[in-house]
Design a protein around this ligand. Structure first.
Ligand SMILES: [Mn+2]
Length: 297
């Protein structure tokens, strides 16, 4: 194990403005993982974390839905997770890092990607720590390929390894490859195809019924409609609207024990900052929902 990675330094750029919070006092910890290795179409997701954190300085600190200055709860922003261009090393190091974070700090972790394959490294420590963990997987793509373009760690395989150990509940799905269709609605995987689940009230209920008590939430921004999150590597038409998605995230956070989340696949483009801004607002709102659930506010 590389001990250097187990020292969490504060980032010079901070999520919203919260310069005083030490990691030991934080209720929330933002962990940028700017990993990009296997993106197959639009590139640039390595710049996602930095741009999302930058955009967060434009958020109103008072959350209009939760009616609270959420930053006052204490949000610590960690320095970027550093990696070399060695897949194997990255996945072994990221697991050590996440193990360290979730077993040494009580703060709720929010990981910002980077490409979706990071979730392969984020999940095993949570699976070890929490018995009977399930995963709510929000995405346009099923991400269940055993490998893609020669890599088992592809963004297109993001959820495949976790499905051996945990229940995966997929929503927003509207792109499934013929080689991965055999994995949908089999074994641990419950897939709610987007076009079959446009009654969002009914979907919310089904999602709750299918998750276990402890839940990890993985959010690929392409699960949203491209009008909400246009800057992403592999967009698909017809995703969730802003309020429809928030309704589901809120319900899951209030009804279950959500233990961590990641927001991945923002690929900033020049001349438009919609996606990074909306992703930062999404993270701030999730922090708010978790704060309500944990009775911080
Ligand atoms: Mn996707």
């Amino acid at each position: 194990m590389n001990k250097d990675i187990l020292f969490v330094k504060p980032n010079k750029l901070q999520f919203v403005i919260d310069s005083k919070t030490k990691i030991s006092d934080a209720k929330f910890i933002i962990l940028p993982i700017p990993y990009e290795y296997t993106t197959s179409y639009g590139k640039g997701t390595a710049k996602g974390p930095k741009e999302i954190i930058k955009a967060s300085s434009q958020l109103e600190l008072w959350d209009e839905e939760l009616k609270y200055d959420l930053y006052k709860l204490g949000i610590f922003t960690a320095e970027d997770f550093k990696y070399t261009k060695n897949e194997k090393e990255f996945f072994s190091n990221i697991e050590d890092y996440v193990n360290f974070i979730i077993n040494n700090y009580t703060a709720f972790p929010v990981f910002i990607g980077g490409e979706h394959s990071i979730t392969q490294g984020l999940l095993p420590p949570f699976q070890k720590k929490y018995k009977n963990l399930s995963v709510l997987h929000f995405d346009a793509h099923a991400d269940l390929r055993t490998e893609y373009e020669g890599s088992k760690h592809s963004h297109a395989s993001a959820l495949y390894p976790a499905s051996a150990r945990s229940r995966i509940v997929q929503i927003g799905i509207r792109s499934v490859g013929s080689e991965e269709k055999q994995f949908i609605n089999r074994g641990n995987v419950k897939t709610f195809l987007m076009h079959e689940n446009l009654d969002f009230k009914a979907l919310k209920k089904k999602v709750i019924e299918n998750l276990t008590e402890n839940v990890y939430l993985t959010i690929d921004v392409d699960g949203f409609d491209p009008s909400v999150m246009p800057a992403t590597g592999t967009p698909q038409p017809g995703g969730f609207g802003w309020y429809e998605a928030l309704e589901i995230f809120k319900e899951v956070i209030y009804r279950k024990n959500v233990v961590g989340t990641d927001v991945v696949e923002v690929s900033p483009v020049k001349g438009s900052n919609i996606t990074e801004f909306n992703a930062s607002k999404l993270i701030y709102r999730i922090i708010g929902y978790v704060s309500q659930k944990r009775k911080y506010i």
